[in-house]
Design a protein around this ligand. Structure first.
Ligand SMILES: [Zn+2]
Length: 363
């Protein structure tokens, strides 16, 4: 079975108020879930709007990442208050937590992304982390969210850094799926890969002006935030499990095993992961175009203030046994690295990362 998209999608300026009557049809006692201080005002608005519309609304805050400690605690709050839906309002970790909890309690999930940092508002997947932010595993859910509310007015208030992070995460769709699925003889998967190519082109063309404008009056900005949060999710939905993540996300997952004081965002790590994947392709798969892709990406990433080295994520790979640890996690049996069309061993990861971190980047 393929889970392609949320059942209902509201997108555009001031769309939240139009979504409220739809939420009313499926819920009386929602739990509003959020996390960061930067979204407090918006969550307050969502909470009072729901109250004014006669919902018996409760609220809860994620204390850490999307981790089992938080998930179990919030499940209890839902059960104690007899909540009949979960409204997850925030970034990827909040959306993933909301979807996971809704899925396990079989109550409808309403996702309200408050940044364009990931496509988590769309998908039927949740990434689970430890309390300290180490990636543990991803879980396939029974369904996509019931309702997705993508209000441009909300997204406009998010820090610019989240948009840059979302652009890097969405760019990975092309670099990963075109590599893992290039030999798949399935029309729908091929179409999904083509959408990811158009998505990449749009991000390369409009990414910088979107990042600079941060305004819902700017068409580049509107297109880019929807590309990162909606189209990226659609590609995963149409492409299904064959349109997989690959090395860029495998590097993300392994880099989160090292605790960084900089607390990099998901897409910031994935962006570095794309560059590492391309270096790996060059080295192990003799890909002559990889260097050109790296140069093209670096131009955009610099303009978006995105990290382009592991050290810029606040991780020193040459310290302690970090490199070993990263290489071990990247190559563990269940890692996405094994979806690559060529074999990758631990030594390949060590030499790719060592060269990558030591090289001088000129663009
Ligand atoms: Zn991602």
């Amino acid at each position: 079975m393929q889970l392609i998209s949320p059942e209902k999608i509201f997108r555009g300026r001031n769309i939240w108020s139009k979504a409220i009557p739809e939420i009313k049809q499926i819920s009386q006692r929602p739990l509003l879930l959020g996390r960061s201080l930067s979204t407090k005002n918006l969550r307050h608005k969502i909470y009072s709007d729901l109250q004014e519309n006669n919902f018996d609304v409760h609220h809860a805050i994620l204390e850490f990442d999307c981790c089992y400690e938080d998930l179990n605690r919030i499940k209890q709050i839902i059960l104690q208050n007899n909540c009949d839906s979960i409204v997850a309002a925030g970034g990827g970790k909040v959306l993933d937590a909301g979807k996971y909890i809704g899925n396990s309690l079989s109550i409808p999930v309403i996702t309200v992304p408050l940044s364009a940092s990931t496509c988590a508002g769309w998908t039927a997947l949740s990434n689970i982390y430890s309390k300290t932010g180490q990636f543990l595993n991803d879980i396939e859910l029974k369904s996509c969210p019931k309702i997705l509310v993508f209000d441009h007015e909300f997204i406009e208030k998010a820090p610019k850094r989240t948009l840059a992070s979302g652009i890097a995460d969405a760019l990975a769709k092309w670099y990963e799926s075109s590599l893992t699925s290039s030999k798949v003889n399935d029309g729908l998967v091929q179409q999904a890969i083509q959408i990811s190519r158009v998505l990449r082109d749009q991000l390369l063309i409009y990414g910088e002006s979107a990042y600079m404008s941060q305004s819902n009056q700017n068409s580049s900005w509107c297109n880019v935030i929807e590309a990162c949060s909606l189209t990226a999710g659609l590609i995963g939905g149409i492409g299904g499990e064959k349109c997989r993540t690959a090395a860029a996300h495998a590097f993300h997952n392994s880099l989160t095993q090292i605790v960084s004081n900089k607390k990099p965002l998901h897409g910031e790590i994935v962006g570095v992961g794309i560059l590492l994947q391309l270096r790996l392709e060059e080295m192990r798969n003799n890909n002559k175009l990889a260097n050109q892709s790296i140069t093209q990406l670096l131009v955009l990433m610099r303009k978006l203030n995105l990290p382009t080295k592991i050290s810029e994520l606040g991780i020193d790979v040459f310290e302690k046994n970090n490199l070993e640890k990263i290489a071990d996690f990247t190559c563990r049996d269940e890692s996405e690295i094994h979806y690559l069309p060529f074999k990758v061993k631990k030594e390949d990861i060590i030499s790719t990362i060592t060269k990558f971190e030591k090289q001088e980047i000129r663009i």
